[in-house]
Design a protein around this ligand. Structure first.
Ligand SMILES: Nc1c(C(=O)O)ncn1[C@@H]1O[C@H](COP(=O)(O)O)[C@@H](O)[C@H]1O
Length: 161
């Protein structure tokens, strides 16, 4: 059983979504990765969303760029929380992705992260925080992550005396 499903609209999103995967790995979260497109494979997208609960996922992280309908459309098919990652597009620098994901109609929420790699990182942390509500080892991983981040920040300033 995996707790977090990471989905992306295209394999070209992987350079962004790899940040999500890396953090989930670092936190020892059970995850799986899938390429699913609402536009290019609508039936598979609906099947994935409607089966997500049975598959045991607690959270879905969905990354997409441009006309980024994937997070919202998956959210429409499931009650599992969906975290959206706006992938930075070439044409509009991810503003298109951000607005497509964040401007959901009332009734169908998608928790939208920042554009690009920071958003992908935060999606993994947010998903882990949700799972950690019922998982003490994930909570421990999150505490460790915070401590490491703090130490790295402290260390980085030391060169200035
Ligand atoms: N936004 C979506 C969806 C969707 O929302 O269903 N499917 C693919 N895409 C996006 O199209 C961009 C270009 O994809 P290609 O590089 O494959 O042409 C990607 O950022 C992907 O997320």
């Amino acid at each position: 059983m995996t707790d977090v499903a990471v989905i992306m609209g295209s394999i070209s999103d992987l350079s962004t979504m790899q940040n999500t995967i890396d953090v989930l790995k670092e936190l020892n979260v059970k995850y799986s990765v899938h390429v699913i497109s609402a536009h290019r494979m609508p039936q598979e997208m609906i099947d994935f969303g409607t089966n997500a609960e049975n598959a045991g996922y607690k959270v879905i992280i969905a990354g997409a760029g441009g006309a980024a309908h994937l997070p919202g459309m998956v959210a429409a098919t499931t009650n599992i929380p969906v975290i959206g990652v706006p992938v930075e597009s070439h044409a509009l620098k991810g503003m298109d992705s951000l607005l497509s994901i964040v401007q959901m109609p009332g009734g169908v929420p998608v928790a939208t992260m920042a554009i690009g790699k920071a958003g992908a990182t935060n999606a993994a942390l947010m998903a882990t925080k949700i799972c950690a509500l019922n998982n003490s080892s994930y909570l421990e991983s999150l505490k460790q992550y915070k401590e490491t981040m703090r130490n790295n920040s402290l260390e980085s300033g030391k060169q200035f005396g």
